[in-house]
Design a protein around this ligand. Structure first.
Ligand code: SAM
Length: 303
């Protein structure tokens, strides 16, 4: 039953979009909203680099993946479509153009693909489908994976529900928008690390992070002092934030952290600037922990 519903919806997607597209096909030999111009823009917005693996969920005749692999000989990609004839056509074009070693197309539902090895996901589907693919993307795609969505002919508000795009490319203003999301690393929870400040023994730091997609907030504890972090940013696996806190024996210290999240570790650097003293750069390695040390009692009774 579910598969019939999905197929009906997918056929409706194609049926509703493609006639509008066909009108302009005579003029450009390309569907409207997917003209050569927007294909080039999609590829450009993706900022493709060597080693990228592009997937197009609903690849139609293969145009996006083929344009991507043509644009860089070190990029490969694949596409899936629920229409078998379109998949065959895309594979034929890849073979004809000598690209079949780097571009393949499969007759498959977008919900049934493995997104773990891709670095760029392209989509031009109904908003309901895009929204339904969101949990799969967030669960499977690696942090830093760019998700590029063509907003042509679609009311693109809340295309990914309350996950806001990282960027919207509006071209010259008259063109349809292209929306870009970057899959964020999962950083919600407790982190801890140590820093040897001022030549003394290492001090313990605890950080609690709350996260809504790419938006993060943090509250840190150093000794018995707690402070909120500021300027917290997360883009893919890259995290940065500032912490200004009083460190016992040193005084007020500004810390600018930046690093890369890799599973249960963050590795990077911190620039430590005491109120009186020179900035010092130190390596920073944080590990996922429990919130216990953040909540431990201070031992100081307040009467
Ligand atoms: C508007 S076209 C997108 C073409 C191309 N991706 C682009 O960006 O120009 C949408 C395509 O998605 C396919 N499609 C719709 N639902 C799908 C699903 N659940 N799984 C795979 N393909 C689907 C349709 O058959 C159609 O070819």
């Amino acid at each position: 039953m579910l598969s019939i519903l999905r197929r009906t919806r997918a056929i409706l997607t194609a049926a509703l979009l493609l006639p509008a597209l066909a009108a302009a096909q005579e003029q450009w030999s390309f569907p409207a909203g997917s003209s050569p111009f927007i294909i080039d823009r999609m590829v450009k917005v993706a900022s493709l680099r060597d080693g990228d693996v592009v997937v197009d969920l609903g690849s139609f005749d293969g145009r996006i993946v083929l344009a991507a692999v043509r644009s860089n000989p070190k990029v490969r990609g694949w596409g899936v479509d629920i229409e078998a004839n379109l998949v065959a056509q895309a594979n034929e074009t890849a073979k004809r153009d000598g690209l079949a070693d780097r571009a393949q197309f499969f007759h498959r539902n977008a919900f049934d693909v493995d997104l773990r090895e891709v670095t760029v996901i392209n989509m031009w589907l109904f908003r309901s489908l895009t929204q339904l693919l969101r949990p799969k993307i967030l669960a499977e795609a690696r942090p830093g994976t760019r998700v590029i969505v063509n907003g042509a002919l679609i009311d693109n508000a809340n295309m990914m529900g309350n996950w806001q795009p990282d960027r919207v490319d509006r071209g010259d203003g008259s063109q349809s928008p292209i929306l870009v999301w970057v899959v964020p690393a999962r950083v919600e929870g407790a982190w801890s690390w140590q820093l040897p400040l001022g030549g003394g023994e290492a001090r313990s730091y605890d950080l609690l992070v709350s996260q809504q997609f790419q938006v993060i907030e943090g509250h840190a504890r150093v000794g018995n002092r707690r402070e909120s972090v500021s300027d917290a940013r997360l883009q893919g696996a890259d995290i940065s934030f500032t912490l200004e806190v009083t460190v016992e024996g040193i005084g007020r210290v500004r810390h600018a952290f930046s690093g890369r999240v890799e599973g249960d570790e963050i590795r990077g650097t911190v620039t430590v600037t005491p109120a009186e003293g020179k900035p010092q750069q130190l390596p920073w390695v944080a590990r996922r922990g429990t919130a216990a040390s953040w909540f431990r009692t201070t031992g100081v009774s307040i009467k």
